[in-house]
Design a protein around this ligand. Structure first.
Ligand code: PEP
Ligand code: MN
Length: 319
């Protein structure tokens, strides 16, 4: 159980009082106290009466922010987000949107501001790319997902993006996270390649504490000693994070694998492990992708995978 305190309160007084209730403070985090036991309704009410501005939470430990409404998407559905690494042309993104719509997929991704390892690689089409993405999405009534890399891009991108993405490289870009905390749109927060769960949850907390409760965590592979895959998918992240937080958690098998031949197996594992969704890179001509060509699925591969993921999801639903 956790108590969230107002900054005016003295923790020492509250801790003493809790000891009378045979309850210890296990951990202290800013104005949040994690307790050793659940308090009864009577105990909670007495505590609130004695110390004003105290809130008691019996749910998961994270988020720490006090008022959390769940994301408007990702409720009672397994979300599949798909599309190219980068928006490359009107025709490319239009073809993708049409295919997704035919397969009953509602979320389209496409990068326009691209965080590339090398400054000499394609950096994305910027706002023009977002216009193309939004136009294709509107035609087929799809929800758009795209990344912004800095605060200055948020206003420019606002009308084109339904769900903002924070890339792995920007997970700890705190001024970006704070600015996204002021937004009224969902944010997919990707785990950095070397972030612990604690660091990921704290990065999420930057957005949540600003007032934006629509955060979706995304595991996209972490750096390990294994060079055969681009990253190593940390499948444990889903059950571990689900014990710690009520935030939705999706998996991006494309960036974890880096190789299209193993993406479907990882995507199916994501469904089986209880993730709330997946994000997949799909391209009309994968080998011609301007970015991340090795990991993009063809339409045929993607269509087969969608059928298999649906089978697993249905099999896992409680009767
Ligand atoms: C992406 O989604 O295209 C991307 C760059 O992902 P990541 O930040 O996980 O590398
Ligand atoms: Mn990519």
């Amino acid at each position: 159980m956790k108590l969230v305190l107002d900054s005016g309160l003295h923790n020492a007084d509250i801790k003493n009082y809790l000891l009378n209730l045979n309850c210890k403070v296990l951990q202290e985090f800013n104005q949040v106290l994690f307790l050793s036991k659940e308090l009864s309704d009577l105990e909670q009410n007495t505590l609130k009466g004695k110390f004003n501005s105290i809130k008691c939470f019996t749910n998961s430990q994270w988020p720490l922010a006090t008022t959390i409404k769940p994301c408007k998407f990702f409720i009672n559905e397994f979300v599949t987000i798909a599309g190219p690494c980068s928006v490359e042309s009107k025709q490319q993104i239009h073809t993708v949107a049409k295919t997704l719509s035919e397969l009953g997929i509602r979320y389209i991704r496409g990068g326009a501001f691209k965080p590339r390892t090398s400054p000499y690689s394609f950096q994305g089409l910027g706002i023009i790319g977002l216009e193309m993405l939004a136009e294709a999405a509107n035609t087929y009534n799809l929800i758009t997902v795209s990344e912004v890399m800095s605060e200055t891009q948020i206003d420019l991108a606002y009308n084109y993006i339904d769900i903002f993405q924070v890339g792995a490289r920007n997970m700890q870009n705190y001024s970006l996270l704070k600015a996204l905390g002021k937004l009224d749109k969902p944010i997919i927060l990707k785990r950095s390649t070397s972030a612990t769960y604690y660091e990921l949850l704290n990065a999420a907390e930057y957005i949540l504490s600003g007032g934006n409760s629509q955060v979706i965590l995304c595991e996209r592979g972490i750096r390990s000693f294994e060079p055969m895959t681009r990253n190593t998918l940390d499948i444990s992240s889903v059950p571990v994070l689900k014990q710690l937080t009520n935030l939705p958690i999706i998996i991006d098998p494309s960036h974890a694998a880096g190789l299209r031949s193993i993406v479907p197996a990882l995507a199916k594992a994501a469904v089986a492990v209880g993730a709330d969704g997946v994000m997949l890179e799909v391209h009309p001509h994968p080998e011609l992708s301007i970015s991340d060509a090795e990991q993009a699925l063809s339409f045929a591969e993607f269509a087969d995978l969608v059928i298999e993921m649906r089978k697993i999801y249905t099999a896992m639903k409680p009767a």
